[in-house]
Design a protein around this ligand. Sequence first.
Ligand SMILES: *[C@@H]1O[C@H](CO)[C@@H](O)[C@H](O)[C@H]1NC(C)=O
Ligand SMILES: *[C@@H]1O[C@H](CO)[C@@H](O)[C@H](O)[C@H]1NC(C)=O
Ligand SMILES: *[C@@H]1O[C@H](CO)[C@@H](O)[C@H](O)[C@H]1NC(C)=O
Ligand SMILES: *[C@@H]1O[C@H](CO)[C@@H](O)[C@H](O)[C@H]1NC(C)=O
Ligand SMILES: *[C@@H]1O[C@H](CO)[C@@H](O)[C@H](O)[C@H]1NC(C)=O
Ligand SMILES: *[C@@H]1O[C@H](CO)[C@@H](O)[C@H](O)[C@H]1NC(C)=O
Ligand SMILES: *[C@@H]1O[C@H](CO)[C@@H](O)[C@H](O)[C@H]1NC(C)=O
Ligand SMILES: *[C@@H]1O[C@H](CO)[C@@H](O)[C@H](O)[C@H]1NC(C)=O
Length: 632
Amino acid sequence: MKSNIVFVFVSLCSAVMNVLADERSFSIDYKNNRFLKDGKPFQYISGSIHYSRVPRCYWKDRLLKMYMTGLNAVQVYVPWNFHEPVQGIYKFEGDRDLEYFLDLANQTGLLVILRPGPYICAEWDMGGLPAWLLQNPDIILRSSDSDYLHAVSNWTAVLLTKVRSWLYQRGGNIISVQVENEYGSYFACDYNYMRHLHKLFRFFLGEDVVLFTTDGNTDKELVCGTLEGLYATIDFGTDTNVTTAFSRLRRFEPHGPLVNSEFYTGWLDHWGDRHASVNIQNVSTMLGHMLSMGASVNMYMFEGGTNFGYWNGADDDTRFRSVVTSYDYDAPLSEAGDPTDKLLAIREVIKNFREIPSGPLPPATPKMAYGFVNLQKIGNISGLLDTLSPQGPVQSQHLLTFEEMKQYYGFMLYRTKLPQDLPSATPLISPANGIHDRAYVSVNGVYQGVMERDVTLVVNVTGRLADQLDILVENMGRVNFGSKISDRKGLLGNLILGNDVLTDWLIYSLDIDEVIHSGWPQSMRKDIRSGSETDGGSGPTVYSGTLQLPGPAHDTFIRCHGWTKGQVWINGVNLGRYWPQRGPQQTLYVPGPLLSSTLPNNITLLELEEAPQHSRVLFMDRPLLNTTAAPP
Ligand SMILES: *[C@@H]1O[C@H](CO)[C@@H](O)[C@H](O)[C@H]1NC(C)=O
Ligand SMILES: *[C@@H]1O[C@H](CO)[C@@H](O)[C@H](O)[C@H]1NC(C)=O
Ligand SMILES: *[C@@H]1O[C@H](CO)[C@@H](O)[C@H](O)[C@H]1NC(C)=O
Ligand SMILES: *[C@@H]1O[C@H](CO)[C@@H](O)[C@H](O)[C@H]1NC(C)=O
Ligand SMILES: *[C@@H]1O[C@H](CO)[C@@H](O)[C@H](O)[C@H]1NC(C)=O
Ligand SMILES: *[C@@H]1O[C@H](CO)[C@@H](O)[C@H](O)[C@H]1NC(C)=O
Ligand SMILES: *[C@@H]1O[C@H](CO)[C@@H](O)[C@H](O)[C@H]1NC(C)=O
Ligand SMILES: *[C@@H]1O[C@H](CO)[C@@H](O)[C@H](O)[C@H]1NC(C)=O
């Protein structure tokens, strides 16, 4: 197998060198409704992959599998908030090394269709916009609001200067660049904003690069999303009539190649919804149909990956629904990067249109079932604040949001005292639906219950005058689509307890990721042993344990069966949220390279509600993403 891959790379190199001898160009041939690459007709068969959802060490593997399926391009989003987490601080190292990703794609023989936003949707927190934008209470995102445009201009200057040398015309592999994303589906419909972006992109990338827009398949979206000078493309899935969709596109872009920028191979899941899937036969039939019309097609997604940490987005149409940790998407390559039957079917279709690289498709990476690991209780959050919030609380008469506290993700704790004796159950109410997004309520460390945005705005509380009321608030991911993307987090409106408006807060930012990353709680192992309790418990509590591998480290899947809801870290890396009670996702993907084959692997859980009596987790060799199909 190895020698075949080498052969592919050698033949690829010489092909590219021949091209380099000529003038490199990529353009639109309006007369003949096609793209031209180096002056020759060109049709792209592309797939979406988000480098921010795949560990860096697997980028090459996924790209090679895409190349060996017969794709000639990949379509790539750049999430602004991933690269500028704090205003003015830019990160492009490690898992954020965009240029390394572009380089790997180039080495593999894949062209790149770049989607730098600044808004990307992508079911990613806030559609890729940085939450620090929300420190300005009046900002109108995705519009010509001057504060928003200043931030966009700064970011665009940094990003586009970096990618300029990767343009195809300049010897790189980026053939085209998308401006904004599905702008026509946003309420603002602000042409001045799109004109501003157009100017910025031209300024940094030059006049000869193909700039384009992508919009949904309705007139309204194409009216507000398209702009003179930006080539219009459309996106749709198997539930749409190809002829109807492309003739709609023709009304807005009468000449040039037909492009479906997001042909949906699958779909995403939300917590509490049924597991989504898209039929293989429908995908391959429609792909063949579009390619035979000469259309260029990008499959969204080809490799979905994972919403590690807190990066998932959310929808807020009829009610707030956050996206699950897995972004498997029922895509041709699974979340763990394995070829599926859908991939094989797509490859058969592509064979009818272009030559597939010779040599075998790289196989699935091995998966291991490492079995059960017992966890021990470290302590409840109220008792761990000295460790988890080393900088201490901010004192405030009124509630402050996450954004006001400059904590953008994860958890914050709001503490105050009960204003009177509450011998019988007394309602604690969020009258303005201001719980963003879940609030875990305790009195003197005793768990009282949970409040949830749009669903549960009252919880009963008992206690005595001056007892400590702790409310741990979880940010479940910001809305990534529609008019409600200014999705501030925390407790947004006053809380009322009985007849009292609660005031005089101590507000703790939790630095739990940094603390766990630096070795806690395993670094104080003795304390764990002496203080260990194995029974279940309720309320936000940290648990920990270790997994010693019997052999080499492979990909595996952790199942938190019987646990309720929380977050899991392995060796300091935040793998994402688990919520088996809500489903449909039941296991979390654990990339093998994260594990040590010799050292004990450190597992930490923050269980927010109710831990099971057994206090253990299970490492399995396959994912369970569909509650109804999962064994008990
Ligand atoms: C843009 O960058 C300039 C210069 O670095 C800085 O002074 C300004 O605060 C930045 N503005 C925004 C909105 O990021
Ligand atoms: C892309 O790959 C080709 C072939 O390996 C190489 O000649 C070229 O220099 C690469 N481009 C960049 C920008 O690295
Ligand atoms: C799509 O619509 C066209 C024109 O309205 C119709 O002729 C065709 O049968 C439809 N195709 C499918 C697959 O339904
Ligand atoms: C395939 O597409 C057809 C036409 O849109 C639809 O009627 C059918 O339900 C789809 N099949 C599956 C299994 O999704
Ligand atoms: C929470 O932790 C603190 C400190 O360890 C402890 O004193 C308290 O009893 C715990 N509360 C509950 C309800 O377990
Ligand atoms: C709160 O307690 C009251 C009785 O004091 C009860 O009627 C009500 O159902 C309880 N509400 C909730 C949300 O548990
Ligand atoms: C787990 O934590 C222990 C104690 O801090 C440390 O010695 C060990 O190296 C950690 N394991 C890994 C794989 O990092
Ligand atoms: C989920 O599992 C149920 C039960 O096996 C099955 O009927 C359903 O089709 C599955 N859903 C998906 C999307 O695979």
